[in-house]
Ligand binder design. Structure first.
Ligand code: SAM
Length: 296
């Protein structure tokens, strides 16, 4: 780290004044002003000069700058047009950074990877995410099966806890299942509010998601799998049978078949959805074809 790094309160304040920049809460703008947190994030990612990095929301470039010093190339998506000239200024010493003024939820990331990162050995996502869209960003990228090895991402602590949660815990739900279907999830560190400008209302968690070569469980039809996992948590306190009785439109007529399907899958109908593992949901998804009466 160097004296004039962006990720310090002094330099950030200087830049805010120089450009008359006002934070937009609606864009989740909480900028990191602590070089140690940035160093830890980058260490967790394990980047070297052969790697390409995708950053979502570079802000004024605090994390981008440190990434550029380590990686082969950094591709950063920033939605806020007001930040583009600021980034051009702060990142001017680095030739290996491309800033794209686009909404990450709408961008063609595959095309951008082909264009900017095709000569990189491995690709990582490293970001202090805009918290209001953490889930759509991660799910959107994972569902596209992009050539991304891992994600080191900071998010609201509660959401991070949902990502890492296992069965029969309060935080476990369809999001835990969806993320763990595609990746191995590890907690990296908790980050207190005070290292951001302005401080957010909640503490944060940095999480590392390592993409699995194949999804964690084998399912014949992902659409059915995710419908069943989501459907099991609609009313957390209800049994899996009752949740599925509400999920299937013709359940009243075919209750016996639903019970038989659960039992064939080795799931007691009286269990709660939150106690089922990814493997158990996969069994349900793969066995449902034996019960064509059940409409999903
Ligand atoms: N990386 C910077 C840092 O750590 O100081 C800023 C992080 S801030 C939490 C989130 C950033 O994401 C903001 O710069 C915000 O403008 C940007 N952002 C918000 N929504 C976005 C979207 N849909 N696509 C791309 N960037 C977005």
């Amino acid at each position: 780290m160097e004296m004039n790094d962006i990720a310090t309160p002094t330099r950030t304040r200087e830049l805010l004044n120089k450009y008359g920049f006002k934070f937009k809460k609606s864009l989740g703008q909480n900028f990191l002003v602590d070089p140690n947190v940035i160093r830890n994030i980058i260490d967790a990612a394990g980047i070297d000069e052969t790697c390409g990095v995708i950053e979502i929301g570079p802000g004024m470039g605090s994390l981008t700058e440190q990434l550029a010093r380590k990686a082969k190339h950094v591709l950063a998506f920033e939605i806020d047009q007001r930040l583009i000239p600021i980034l051009a200024d702060t990142l001017s010493p680095y030739e290996n950074v491309t800033v794209v003024n686009e909404d990450i939820l709408k961008a063609n990331v595959k095309e951008a990877i082909d264009k900017h990162l095709s000569d990189c050995d491995e690709i990582f996502v490293v970001a202090n995410l805009p918290y209001y869209i953490t889930t759509p960003i991660l799910m959107g990228l994972l569902e596209q099966h992009l050539p991304i090895n891992s994600y080191v991402v900071m998010m609201q602590k509660e959401v991070g806890e949902r990502l890492t949660a296992g069965p029969s815990t309060k935080a476990y739900g369809s999001l835990s299942i969806a993320i763990q279907y595609y990746t191995d999830v590890k907690r990296v560190m908790i980050v207190p509010k005070g290292v951001f400008m302005p401080p957010p209302n909640v503490d944060s968690l940095v999480v590392k998601l390592t993409t699995l070569p194949e999804p964690r469980v084998k399912v014949d039809d992902e659409k059915i799998y995710f419908k069943l996992t989501r459907g099991a948590f609609v009313q957390r306190r209800k049994t899996i049978l009752n949740n599925y009785m509400s999920l299937f439109p013709n359940s009243k007529e075919y209750k016996d078949e639903i019970i038989a399907w659960l039992e064939e899958s080795n799931i007691a109908p009286s269990r709660r959805g939150e106690s089922l593992s990814l493997e158990e949901f996969a069994r349900l998804a793969n066995n449902i074809k034996n019960y064509p009466q059940i409409v999903i």
